[in-house]
Design a protein around this ligand. Structure first.
Ligand code: NAD
Length: 368
């Protein structure tokens, strides 16, 4: 038996509901694959605020810093809307990302064949789609100085600054090249080198990092606006896309929506390698706490289960186990199980959160 430390932070709203289904998958791994996890659980977001008056207690942050991987459910909810900005549930998540220095945000866009009908694109354009967007998460125009709204003569001027250092670019490029080696071995880097100096530097540094350390990976470059067009025209041409914070924000949302429902989308945020070579890592579904359906057993747990699959692959080097989990979700969908968010207007009765968990466990059993 191997042991890996995993911190679960279920959070608020549907977070604890979807996380309880992940717990079943974790238990299944221990019982059937000889992979044991040293699992601990703690509070984040509104739940942490209720208990401690802060959305992320220092002790929780320390546990997160020391865990091999952190899996978060969701934070937030209307109950906390009136709180001061400094203690809002979302601040807990932002602090976690910042303190762990998670600079590479991984957003896979994978289209399960059974859900191709949910895409806004034609099934032959999205069927079998499997791409990964790597977005730089801790720098760029969202953080650059100077910023603000200043008065110039008779009018106000809004200012934000796009700023990237060489080391910020090269470290996220490395994350993308490493990922590509484990996938289709191709990286497309996107910026606006035609109109932005920061884009020129981005292109230069990605090229230098490629030549020095990853010459075996195929590298191409694209202007980000052309990339947006290509993503909707023929997304299957891409394997890994690496881009900055602002363009990545937009491009990853476009790519995600090619594949259908929010309830299916996992994500990871990776930082610098720890001792042993694995990166610091936080895994989380893309969706929020869904207060409109919280507590009703309606939430789709697949995004959280697939986030755990990413942890298996990227933090624990358990690619085979990750493939089993992804394969189980794919089988369940192909067999027709649908939570409410995956139902077409005309039809059938949805399965509950636990029902979806039952189906995933049964599919894992069937794959033994
Ligand atoms: P949301 O993602 O919570 O919900 C948007 C819609 O998608 C809702 O109709 C919801 O019912 C549905 N949905 C989301 N996840 C689902 C799932 N797993 N299964 C079925 N349906 C699902 O976004 P929102 O409504 O804009 O935000 C609600 C709260 O969540 C806010 O407080 C917001 O700040 C917070 N939020 C947190 C995160 C996070 O924790 N990472 C991300 C986004 C929003």
């Amino acid at each position: 038996m191997s042991s890996h430390s995993l911190l679960l932070l279920p959070g608020d709203g549907i977070g604890p509901e979807v996380m309880s289904q992940v717990r079943r998958v974790i238990d299944w791994m221990g019982a059937n694959r000889g992979v044991s996890f040293d699992v601990s659980e703690d509070l984040v977001g509104g739940a942490a605020y209720d208990a401690h008056g802060t959305p992320l207690h220092d002790d929780t942050l320390e546990k997160a810093q020391n865990a091999d991987a952190v899996l978060l459910g969701a934070v937030g909810g209307p109950k906390y809307d009136g709180l001061d900005f400094s203690v809002k549930p979302e601040r807990g998540l932002l602090r976690l990302r910042k303190e762990m220095d998670l600079y590479a945000n991984l957003r896979p866009a994978r289209c399960f064949d059974a859900l191709a009908e949910f895409s806004s694109l034609k099934p032959d354009v999205v069927g079998g789609l499997d791409i990964m967007i790597v977005r730089e998460l801790t720098s760029g125009v969202y953080f650059g100085e100077p910023r603000g709204i200043v008065k110039e003569g008779n009018e106000r001027v809004g200012i934000n600054t796009q700023r990237y250092t060489e080391s910020e670019i090269s470290r996220v490029a490395r994350s993308a090249f490493e990922l590509a080696r484990r996938r289709g071995n191709r990286v497309c880097s996107m910026e606006k080198a035609n109109v932005m100096e920061s884009g020129v530097l981005w292109r230069d540094v990605v090229t230098e990092t490629h030549q020095a350390e990853y010459p075996d990976v195929e590298l191409s470059h694209m202007y980000a606006d052309a990339g947006a067009m290509q993503l909707t025209r023929w997304p299957k041409q891409f394997d890994v896309i690496v881009t900055d914070n602002l363009f990545g924000d937009l491009l990853s949302d476009i790519a995600a929506m090619l594949t259908g429902s929010l309830g299916m989308l996992p994500s990871a945020s990776l930082g610098a390698p720890m001792a042993g070579g694995k990166p610091k890592a936080l895994y989380e579904p893309v969706h929020g706490s869904a207060p409109d359906i919280a507590g009703q057993g309606k939430a789709n747990p697949c995004a959280c289960i697939l986030s755990f699959a990413m942890a298996l692959r990227y933090s624990f080097d358990l690619g085979d186990e990750a493939g089993r989990v992804e394969g189980a979700v794919e089988k369940v969908l192909a067999d027709g199980a649908r939570t409410a968010d995956l139902m077409q207007k005309d039809g059938g009765s949805p399965v509950s959160t636990a029902g979806m968990g039952d189906a995933v466990i049964a599919a894992l059993d069937a794959g033994l």
